[in-house]
Design a protein around this ligand. Structure first.
Ligand SMILES: [Ca+2]
Ligand SMILES: [Ca+2]
Ligand SMILES: [Ca+2]
Length: 727
């Protein structure tokens, strides 16, 4: 019996794995669904229907939904993942989730939980009069979620054992944290007698990382996302998490206790992970690797062991280890090792030491090292800036719009940008034209900048690369996102390409026409566009001043520096009680389905920030060059997610490289009191900084302020900060 169930489960794994691989988002919508989703073998049973009479009914007494500690009880049993409620679910208690985040929520549900040696299984029966999946944000679609803290250590941010998955009513899965291959699902629609859709059923499985035994307790939460007919999430329904923060904070989950396994029930063979890796290996395109033949034998052996009923656990584990080993050794010809082969290091990597351990010995060496850092970022994180040497860039000016046209190998794309130039009759124009602030999206202080003698150009990034998984926009029209790392450019890098085209157009004559001097440019943006601004300045050496604002993780915040849970003294900015930092944006959030398109595929393989072969002071140091500047801004208050102390650390550590090159004055930081934005105060400092460095003008601001922060105060001291403050 177990064998039959397992083989059906395996079949389901085969069917749903392509959809489960969120790394290929293009396929998400079109991938074939498990047949059970739309064509259930029989009329979809619902739990309220009376069971069909059977000749010898087995009497099953369902478990209680909760134990006396309030934990959800998972009962031992193996369902088939097909979107149909199997008999085995009757063993499990029915959990009725009662925490609704909003009165507008119409969905109600029932959950059941089972487990065996392979996986944790959940059944969701959701009643929902309106099913909608129009939103680009998967969590805003009608869908169900599972959160699991397998080691139950209740960390306040996602660690490698914490996972968070989702599946919508059409069985499209998405992963916010964890290995997408570990999650499988099936879904089917609930209909009333007239055939009207009244809700849906979802069955999911999470394969264990570490197979548990009876009595195991884990962090656990289930959630329904209820979309309204406008495609917006009306709210959520949860068992435990009334704060709606389990997606970023595993410690708010409730718990599940695993029960009911009979001691002699099984031989405890766990082939789940082996199966997952076999499927993964089978999906690898041999053309993408120069040594793909190393996979052949280990894969053959793994399949043999998997199909051999008599294979013991050590043999299964050995086959899995070997398969993992060769997958990690696959060589894509980049000269870089796979993410799994990188050595984890808690220490900040040294910008002045090459990847192979050689020290940078001279400023000329630094140029080579900077080149290496750029290539590390292109390979492991942001994706490649493509070779643009055969592009032809032209432009047209009309009103306040500059339309830029890029032609490459017979393909042509165009996009407009808006500009605003100071009035020549009021504001003296420097020789060569006005300096220009280029901002992603918009700039609140455009009038102020114009009055100070700065032109402003704004770029709508959505035209360059859509801010979602579709990999669409004019950039991807010219450089389609592919399977090979050399064909993968994340959205932040794609947006940067857009800025480079603005500079190309200005240099090609638009600058002269508009009274703009393209050599005197400043690049800025806020939040995700702050991350992008940092990338732009790092990769286009024509950017004179790089000014990323509130950029946080993936931007100017050091990955390896966590400030959450730490206490800060902010009394000098009028905050009286100690300021306790809440969650910083974790790696898993950048890798989630709503943000992963900012990066390439390799970046999604990092499970731990310590494995990154760089940290963000190295991105910052790519601006360290004669005549180039870095001006970091951020916010002290209510910006815990962007991790301001980690941005201060990035400043301190990057300053070492600037110092090494004799350019200490070319880097500054200004953290304002509050606001996820470029504030007026930031802009005064920024333009004074530029006036001073560009033209040697007399300015009001004290530029020494740009070397200071509240994190210098004794109560906020940290040995890591101090290390950079010694001299
Ligand atoms: Ca089923
Ligand atoms: Ca955990
Ligand atoms: Ca709904």
């Amino acid at each position: 019996m177990k064998k039959a169930v397992l083989s059906i489960l395996m079949l389901m794994l085969v069917i749903s794995i392509p959809a489960a691989c969120s790394k290929d988002p293009k396929k998400d919508d079109d991938s074939p669904q498990a047949p059970a989703v739309t064509e259930t073998p029989a009329a979809t049973p619902t739990p309220t229907e009376a069971p069909e009479p059977t000749p010898e009914p087995e009497i099953i007494v369902p478990a209680e939904p909760f134990d006396d500690q309030g934990r959800v009880i998972a009962v031992y049993g193996t369902p088939v993942l097909d979107g149909v409620v199997d008999d085995v679910w009757e063993k499990a208690g029915t959990v009725i989730p009662e925490l609704k985040s909003s009165a507008a929520v119409q969905a109600t549900g029932e959950f059941k939980v089972l487990w065996d040696e392979e996986a944790l299984y959940t059944l969701y029966i959701v009643r929902d009069p309106v099913l909608n999946k129009a939103s680009m944000n998967t969590y805003e679609q009608d869908s169900v979620e599972i959160f699991l803290d397998e080691s139950n250590d209740k960390a306040i941010s996602y660690q490698s054992d914490d996972v968070h998955y989702r599946v919508n009513y059409e069985n499209t899965p998405s992963t916010d944290a964890g290995d997408p291959y570990r999650f499988t699902s099936a879904a089917s629609l609930l209909k009333d007698e007239s055939g009207n859709v009244t809700g849906y059923i979802a069955e999911t499985a999470i394969n264990w990382a570490n197979p548990p035994s009876n009595g195991a307790i884990m962090g656990f939460e289930l959630q329904i996302n209820d979309a309204n007919d406008a495609g917006i999430r009306a709210g959520t329904v949860n068992i435990f998490d009334g704060s709606n923060s389990a997606w970023q904070n595993p410690s708010v989950m409730g718990e599940v206790v695993l029960t009911g396994k009979e001691v002699k029930a099984s031989s405890s063979r766990n082939t789940g992970m082996l199966n997952i890796y076999i499927k993964m290996a089978e999906r690898i395109d041999p053309d993408n690797y120069v040594n793909s033949d190393i996979l052949t034998e280990p894969l053959k052996n793994a399949k043999k062991v998997f199909n051999d009923e008599s294979a013991a656990q050590p043999q299964i584990d050995a086959a899995l280890d070997k398969l993992k080993e060769v997958i990690a050794q696959l060589n894509d010809g980049s000269g870089f090792v796979s993410v799994d082969s990188l050595t984890a290091n808690e220490e900040l990597p040294d910008p002045l030491t090459f990847f192979d351990g050689t020290k940078v010995a001279s400023p000329a060496d630094w140029d080579k090292r900077a080149d290496e850092i750029s290539r590390l970022y292109e390979y492991y994180m942001y994706g490649v800036m493509p070779d643009t040497s055969d592009e032809k860039v032209s432009y047209k000016v009309s009103g306040n719009e500059l339309t830029i046209t890029v032609e490459k190998r017979g393909k042509t794309v165009s996009f407009p940008v808006n500009f605003s130039v100071p009035d020549k009759n009021r504001i003296a124009m420097p020789e060569g034209g006005y300096p220009v602030l280029i901002a992603y999206l918009w700039l609140t202080q455009t009038e102020y900048a114009n009055n100070k003698g700065y032109a402003v150009i704004t770029l709508n990034t959505e035209l360059i690369a859509a801010d979602n998984w579709t990999r669409s926009g004019v950039f991807y029209d010219l450089y389609p996102y592919g399977d090979k790392w050399t064909e993968q450019t994340g959205a932040l890098m794609a947006w940067s390409w857009g800025v480079s085209k603005i500079l190309d157009a200005l240099e090609a004559g638009a600058g002269k026409e508009l009274n703009i001097n393209p050599a005197y440019n400043i690049m800025t943006g806020v939040s995700r566009w702050g991350k992008a601004a940092a990338v732009t300045g790092a990769f286009d050496k024509r950017i004179k001043v790089t000014a990323p604002s509130c950029s946080g993780a993936g931007g100017m915040a050091m990955f390896r520096y966590k400030s959450e849970g730490k206490t800060y003294d902010y009394s000098s900015i009028g905050v009286n009680s100690p300021y306790v930092m809440t969650a910083n944006e974790p790696l898993s959030s950048l890798q989630s389905s709503s943000e992963q398109h900012w990066f390439n595929d390799n970046f999604l393989n990092f499970k731990n920030v310590n494995a990154l072969p760089f940290d963000q002071h190295m991105l910052a140091s790519l601006c360290a060059e004669e005549g180039r500047y870095l001006f970091i801004t951020g916010s002290y208050l209510y910006e815990d997610w962007t991790n301001p102390p980690a941005m201060w650390l990035t400043y301190l550590a990057a300053r070492e490289v600037f110092k090494y090159l004799g350019l200490e004055d070319n880097i500054g930081i200004h953290l304002h009191k509050e606001g996820h934005m470029v504030t007026d105060e930031d802009m005064v400092y920024l333009l004074d900084f530029c006036d001073h460095h560009f033209y040697g003008r007399r300015i009001e601001s004290n530029l020494d302020d740009l070397t200071k922060s509240l994190f210098l105060e004794p109560a906020n001291s940290d040995p890591l900060f101090d290390k950079y403050l010694k001299d």
